[in-house]
Every structure is written in structure tokens, then in C-alpha cells.
Write a protein that binds this ligand. Structure first.
Ligand SMILES: *Cc1c(COP(=O)(O)O)cnc(C)c1O
Length: 431
């Protein structure tokens, strides 16, 4: 390869994606010339903006086999997750039940919303907000009871365990379509079928899945689904929530009150340029999905095979088959993750550790797979995306291999492992 690579290389496409230039082109006129408020009913400026918003709604609906009326615009998947869970408990908690089932490996937007509803502190806020106190939904000061289900070693949920966790008062199952760290894709259709058989609402956070794997809300029995703009090569600060209107008809208590926009579920002036971008991004991603997923899977396999050919003692985290095409999450035993990240800083990736204020915590997702703290700290998440090239993958293999080999040269434990000394009895610390 004589072509010079531009450094650093962006390979963190689960954190965010660059916007596709085609999406930007679609958005630009709506910042300046076509600036109207889509809620202005009395003049052409408003009609023009409303037409653009409704066209984006149709694009998204078509991409997931929904009806345009079932799409609610939000500020992103975090808000969509909050609205789905808190809105369902607000609407059905007093009548149907207050039990939620979710996974330990969910995104924080889901986990923290669930935790918020299970803390007594939620009472005052919710009572003030939605006038729910009058309905008597807030007895005991706790809004919901949540089961945080374990996943299997490959990151997938066992359907029998999910079924066993269901109770007569279970109102909502919240299981993400694709995991943002380990990329595993759950059997959404089977989960949806089970939920509908049991009369439980099925909510899925599909921020990482839409545009990456095929989603059909009807065929998969999805009732509520979160979408994010900036995970599908669209703009940041916009997302959507799919809310089923038929069999069953789902209603959600709003979190934001005001002009009654979005069928009363989400008030606030619609950000037309962002919504146009979201529509264009989702349509593009779904249209190009078969081709793009084939290309990304080939790049991902090239990376994994390249690493495996040159390095021993490396482990793939999460199921290989049921996985996002662009995701590779690998533990490199006997190196320290932060040191490895530093050594490959020409490549933007994420580590299996999260910086909390005082210390480095191993990822709770890797922990839920049963991966030890030491090994979790050696993990790197590669997120390959639309604009990555084969030359970048080869550079990544080469750089990672050299860095791991160099760091391991300094590790006496790695020397022991190489010589076949049983390390099970040795407490290994990556630090
Ligand atoms: C990024 C992400 C979110 C949050 O989306 P925002 O649009 O940034 O609020 C939620 N869930 C998952 C799975 C994500 O990957």
C-alpha cells in the first residue's frame, strides 16, 4: 500500500458515527431558507416544515415496517428509553402491574431509568410531574419493581429464564436489540413472541441495531422501540420512539408537557433539520444494509483473524454469530488495557474499563458475562463503521499486534503462560 493513511483512525462507531455527507445535504436547507415551525398552521413556512417532518416520519416508518403515526420524535435514544419505561409505568402501573424485566447488560439509559423508578425518591418527582398521585399509583413511594436478568456467557438472554421471570404483574420487558459494548444481537423476534403470548409489553432499545441489522416491528412483535440519530450516521440530539398503535394499542404518559406535540407524548417545537437528518440517515442505512453489513463483516473478520494469527491468549467477548457486523470486543490477556490504549493511540477505540471519579471500574457488561476483573481491564472494543477501509484494518492489526507483543515482553506472567505453567493458582493482576 503506497497510499498514506490519515491518522488517527476512527474505529469507535458504537460511541458515535460521523455524519454521512448525504445526510448533511438533506438537512442544510432546513437551517436557513426552510426554517418554519412545523406547528405553524397558517402559512407556507409552517406547511413546508411540516411536510419535511412528515416525510421523515414516513421514511423511518417504512424502514422498520411501522405506520408513520407510530413514530414519535425525541432528542435521542436516552430520552426515548426514559419515555418508554417511565411512560409505560406511568400509564399502566396503577392498573396492569409495576413489574419490569430487563437485562444486566442494558445501556445505562435503561438501567438508570429502572433504578430511578425503584427508588423512593422517584415519588415526589413523578407525583409533581404527571399528577399520578391522584390515581393512587404511588403507594409505598416506589413506582416499579425491576428484575435485572443475568445473561449467558455469550451475552445472550436465555428465553426460558426470561419466561420464568415473568409474573402476573409484569407489565414491561426491556431488552436491547444489539449491545453497544459487545455487539451481541438478541433474538428479538422470539422475545417479542413470548411477550405477546404472555400479554406483556415488549420494549427494545434499538439504538445500535436500526440500520445495522434488519428490524421489522410487526414481524418481531415489538411494541416500543428506541432509535438514535448519531448511531446511524445522522445528527446528534435527535432520536425517535416507535409506539405501537394496534394489537395492542400502547399509550405512554409523557415526561415533557407543553403544546401537545407528537400525539401528546412529547411536547416541544420539532427540530426540523435534525428530524430531516434522522429520516435521511435511517432510510439510507436500511437501504444499504445488505451491502454494508457484508462489507463490515468482512472487515471485522479480517481484523479478528489477523489478530488471532499473530497473538495467543486473546479472547472474543460476546457471541460471534449473533453479533453486529462491525463489532469486535477482544480481551488481550497479560496486557493492561489503558497501557494498550496508549500504545495504539493512532486508532480511536474504547476500552473495557470505565473511568469513575476515583478509579477504573471494569465494564459492567463484561462483568455480567462472567469475565474476571483483570481480563475485563485488558479489553478493547473495535467499532468498525461505514467509512473504515481495508487499509485501516491492516494498520490496526499491525499496530495492535506490535503493541501487545511489546507490553507482554514486560510481563513475567506472560512468560510463565507461554512456558505452559498453570496460572490458575497465580493471582494475576494487570496493574
Ligand atoms: C448511544 C446509545 C444510547 C443513547 O443514545 P443517545 O441518542 O446518545 O441519547 C442508548 N442506548 C444504546 C444502546 C446506545 O448505544
Amino acid at each position: 500500500m503506497s497510499l498514506k493513511l490519515e491518522l488517527p483512525i476512527y474505529m469507535d462507531n458504537h460511541a458515535t458515527t460521523p455524519m454521512d455527507p448525504r445526510v448533511l445535504d438533506a438537512m442544510l436547507p432546513y437551517f436557513t431558507k426552510k426554517f418554519g415551525n412545523p406547528a405553524s398552521r397558517n402559512h407556507a413556512f409552517g406547511w413546508e416544515a411540516e411536510k419535511a417532518v412528515e416525510s421523515a416520519r414516513e421514511q423511518i416508518a417504512r424502514a422498520i415496517n411501522a405506520d408513520p403515526k407510530e413514530i414519535i420524535f425525541t432528542s435521542g435514544a436516552t430520552e426515548s428509553d426514559n419515555l418508554a419505561i417511565e411512560g409505560a409505568i406511568g400509564m399502566y402501573g396503577a392498573t396492569k402491574g409495576r413489574h419490569i424485566i430487563t437485562l444486566k447488560t442494558e445501556h445505562k439509559a435503561v438501567l438508570d431509568t429502572c433504578k430511578h423508578l425503584t427508588s423512593a425518591g422517584a415519588e415526589g418527582e413523578q407525583g409533581d410531574k404527571a399528577g399520578q398521585t391522584a390515581k393512587g399509583a404511588l403507594a409505598k413511594g416506589v413506582l416499579a419493581e425491576v428484575t435485572f436478568l443475568d445473561v449467558e456467557k455469550n451475552g445472550l438472554v436465555d428465553l426460558k429464564k426470561l419466561e420464568a421471570a415473568m409474573r402476573p404483574d409484569t407489565v414491561l420487558v426491556a431488552i436491547m436489540a444489539a449491545n453497544n459494548e459487545i455487539g451481541v444481537v438478541q433474538d428479538i423476534a422470539a422475545i417479542g413472541k413470548l411477550c405477546h403470548e404472555r400479554g406483556v409489553l415488549f420494549f427494545t432499545d434499538a439504538a445500535q441495531a436500526v440500520g445495522k441489522v434488519a428490524i421489522d416491528v410487526k414481524a418481531m412483535n415489538i411494541d416500543i422501540m428506541s432509535i438514535s440519530g448519531h448511531k446511524v450516521y445522522g445528527p446528534k440530539g435527535v432520536g425517535a420512539l416507535y409506539v405501537r398503535r394496534k394489537s395492542p394499542r400502547v399509550r405512554l404518559s409523557p415526561l415533557i408537557h407543553g403544546g401537545g406535540h407528537e400525539r401528546g407524548m412529547r411536547s416541544g417545537t420539532l427540530p426540523t433539520p435534525l428530524i430531516v437528518g434522522l429520516g435521511a440517515a435511517v432510510e439510507l442505512a436500511v437501504r444499504e444494509l445488505p451491502e454494508e453489513s457484508r462489507r463490515l463483516r468482512a472487515l471485522r473478520d479480517r481484523l479478528w483473524n489477523g489478530l488471532r494469527a499473530k497473538l495467543d491468549h486473546i479472547y472474543l467477548n460476546g457471541d460471534y454469530e449473533n453479533r453486529l457486523p462491525g463489532n469486535l470486543n477482544v480481551s488481550f490477556a497479560y496486557v493492561e488495557g489503558e497501557a494498550l490504549m496508549m500504545a495504539i493511540k493512532d486508532i480511536a477505540v474504547s476500552s473495557g474499563s470505565a473511568c469513575t471519579s476515583a478509579s477504573l471500574e471494569p465494564s459492567y457488561v463484561l462483568k455480567a458475562l462472567g469475565i474476571g476483573e483483570d481480563l475485563a481491564h485488558t479489553s478493547i472494543r473495535y467499532g468498525i463503521g461505514r467509512f473504515n477501509t481495508e487499509a485501516e484494518i491492516d494498520f490496526t492489526i499491525d499496530t495492535t499486534v506490535k503493541a501487545v507483543q511489546r507490553l507482554r515482553e514486560m510481563s513475567p506472567l506472560y512468560e510463565m503462560a507461554k512456558e505452559g505453567i498453570d496460572l490458575k493458582s497465580v493471582q494475576w493482576s494487570g496493574h
